[in-house]
Design a protein around this ligand. Structure first.
Ligand code: ADP
Ligand code: MG
Length: 642
């Protein structure tokens, strides 16, 4: 191949317009789907209420978009296909308050430079309603001709990239290109609920959104009922923004990230900041493999967002990133919170404070239900006795009929076989020594913490019935309205332990008789500096002995002993970028009750109560669910009654 020798090239020349357009086309129109996006956005900017697209052969043979918008006057048709000609902005001020999708005046000339292009339009104010068409063949303008078109604009793009073989090579097979085109059409069509959309692949109608279809109805047309049945609506006004849309229930997340549809002022965007805010709102329910399904539009003053970042306009830049992050996070969290366990318990139990259930289980003693007791010495035994007494009361007051009665017999049966109950107090104490703590609160935190605890205590004063342990791994409870729920004992205990570590303010620490001393390499010293404060907040008192190059730890949280604390510190120091929370997760996982471990009734109830005090009881710190609810509706479904 012969290359141009640029070293001898000293004459600077203006590029011919066709070449400039073709170069611009490289950025604006990458493939058929991007052509389609530009055309439908033009139709939206022309106030169309109906947009129709037909794609042939994945868009390579033809892409045709028709609308019923305001059209283009005959004398402006040629301008519409001229570079940097636009009707959407006039001056630099307009650029900061853009309400339209287009503004760069680049799309049509770019597309027309790499295809056989035809635009036909009927200008809304044209007295005799005569429409005109302009053909442009790979950048070459033809004569404008009168054509028959009643209303709006029709653009047809044929033989895309036929004059640029290198571009053609990058296109995928027609089916893949068709899929991409349909995806972008759907993406735009979903959010513009004031516009009807129709998409056809050749003669096959692939998608129709009617004018009267709401956002949710449109969503139901493209996502399966297993997702849409359980979606939650978001509608929140915050910091001069309006955040609307639908998000999936945290209990039905999928392993694919293809359903995160984000819009800013109805413009589809892919933005890392927004995705981070969403993941943050779901943080308690996401494992690393889960993705929520989301369609969210952020309506914001155009001055607050710069859309002129990329020629394809799919990226935006926010003036105040922090506010956007917070606004989105808070709006989603508000909705998700309502789905959480405590909220449900509150709602159910408040509407169900009937006398029967009050009698069925006595309010647990305050020593037991607040967490101010330790199991050392007198208090320890006292609390334990109270649990047992409390439980005995429960047993005595139980009604011997129905499922409850059955479960009682069932668990006693297990007891006889020696499978379930561990009556040994030692085991009980050992299992739970980690989950009891002495609060050592600062004044502010104390007020806050007390109000949380008392609020949660209100919800826990009617305990559910503990029925039995299933396969030494799961705990079966029944609420007073009859609903069953199963706790995963490991996940629940993990959550309890994690919360205690993460809520630094309620950790108490212990002085070590023999300090832990760890010799530090210089890289580990760097790691220490980054986590020094965090460790201190968590209850580790560490001092670096500069001359000796070692770290001395004199105090550790109550939850640790000297050996586990040393292991923990070693791990922290080995990771130069430390996410202390992930280490807490490891720790909680390690220490939590495992599956296949028998629990007594009292232990099960104790665990339930501690769990109820957690801020996020729905999921373990890894994001796995802590419980499953089995209500009548669910059973009816299982038995195919509905
Ligand atoms: P931009 O959208 O950035 O202005 P385009 O190259 O996409 O640039 O379009 C150029 C101009 O052509 C637009 O500003 C608009 O005035 C006109 N135009 C394009 N498509 C349509 C349409 N479907 N209906 C009415 N006017 C249109
Ligand atoms: Mg445009």
């Amino acid at each position: 191949m012969k290359h141009k020798d640029i070293s001898k090239n000293s004459n600077i020349q203006l590029l011919p317009p066709e070449l400039a357009n073709q170069i611009a086309a490289g950025e604006v129109v990458e493939r058929p789907s991007s052509v389609l996006k530009e055309l439908i956005e033009n139709s939206l900017d022309a106030s169309a209420s109906s947009i129709n697209a037909i794609i042939e052969d994945g868009g390579q043979a033809s892409i045709k978009v028709s609308d019923n918008g305001k059209g283009i006057p005959k004398e402006e048709l040629a301008l519409a296909v001229t570079r940097h000609a636009t009707s959407k902005i006039n001056n630099i001020r307009d650029l900061s308050t853009i309400n339209s999708f287009g503004f760069r005046g680049e799309a049509l000339p770019s597309i027309a430079s790499v295809s056989r292009f035809r635009i036909a339009s009927c200008w809304v104010d044209e007295p005799d309603k005569q429409a005109y068409a302009l053909d442009v063949n790979f950048g070459e303008h033809k004569e404008i001709q009168p054509v028959a078109l009643y209303k709006g604009t029709q653009v047809e793009v044929r033989d895309l990239f036929n004059n640029i073989p290198a571009r053609l090579k990058f296109l995928k097979n027609p089916n893949t290109e068709l899929k991409r085109a349909q995806e972008i059409f759907t993406r735009v069509g979903l959010i513009h609920t004031n516009v009807a959309f129709e998409f056809s692949a050749g003669t096959r109608k692939a998608l129709t959104f009617l004018l009267e279809d709401s956002l949710f109805e449109r969503l139901c047309k493209i996502w399966s009922p297993s997702i849409t049945n359980d979606m939650l609506e978001v509608n929140n006004s915050i910091y001069d923004m309006n955040i609307t849309g639908f998000i999936s229930n945290p209990r039905s997340l999928y392993a694919k990230a293809d359903k995160l549809l984000l819009y800013v002022n109805k413009r589809p965007v892919s933005d890392k900041l927004l995705i981070r805010a969403i993941r943050q709102a779901y943080k308690h329910s996401l494992t690393t493999k889960d993705y929520p399904q989301v369609i969210i539009n952020i309506n914001i003053n155009p001055e607050e967002v710069d859309v002129n970042v990329h020629p394809a306009k799919s990226e935006v830049r926010f003036r105040d990133e922090q506010s956007i992050f917070k606004a989105l996070y808070v709006s989603l969290e508000k909705v998700l919170e309502k789905k959480l366990f405590l909220h449900q318990v509150n709602a159910r139990e408040n509407s169900q404070k009937n006398i029967e259930s009050q009698n069925l289980l006595r309010e647990p003693s305050s020593d037991f239900s607040t967490f101010s007791s330790t199991f050392s010495s007198y208090e320890e035994k006292n609390s334990y006795n109270k649990i047992e007494n409390n439980f005995e009361n429960t047993q005595n007051n139980m009604q011997p009929s129905g499922f409850w009665g059955y479960a009682d017999t069932f668990s006693k049966g297990l007891d006889k076989q020696g499978m379930s109950m561990i009556k040994d107090k030692k085991v009980f104490e050992k299992n739970f020594e980690e989950v009891i703590y002495k609060p050592s609160l600062t004044q502010d935190n104390k007020v806050n913490q007390e109000s949380i605890i008392s609020e949660k205590k209100n919800t826990s004063h009617i305990l559910p019935h503990f029925l039995c342990q299933i396969e030494s791994s799961y705990l079966l409870f029944q609420q007073h309205n009859g609903t069953l729920f199963i706790l995963d004992q490991h996940a629940v205990h993990e959550r309890v332990l994690f919360d205690k570590l993460a809520k630094k303010e309620i950790l108490a620490n212990q002085k070590l008789l023999v300090p832990i001393s760890i010799s530090l390499h210089s890289s580990e010293y760097e790691a220490f500096l980054t986590v020094q404060q965090e460790l201190k907040n968590t209850g580790f008192q560490c001092v670096y002995e500069e001359n000796e190059n070692f770290l001395e730890c004199t105090e550790i949280p109550l939850e640790f002993n000297s050996a586990t604390a040393e292991k923990f510190l070693q791990k922290v120091l080995k990771n130069s970028i430390v996410d202390i929370h992930s280490l807490f997760i490891d720790y909680a996982c390690d220490k939590a009750i495992k599956a296949n471990q028998n629990l007594t009734h009292a232990e099960a109830i104790n665990l339930y109560q501690q769990w109820l005090l957690c801020e996020q009881p729905d999921f373990c710190p890894h994001g796995r669910p802590c419980y499953i609810l089995i209500d009548k509706e669910y059973l009816d479904k299982l038995f195919k009654r509905t």
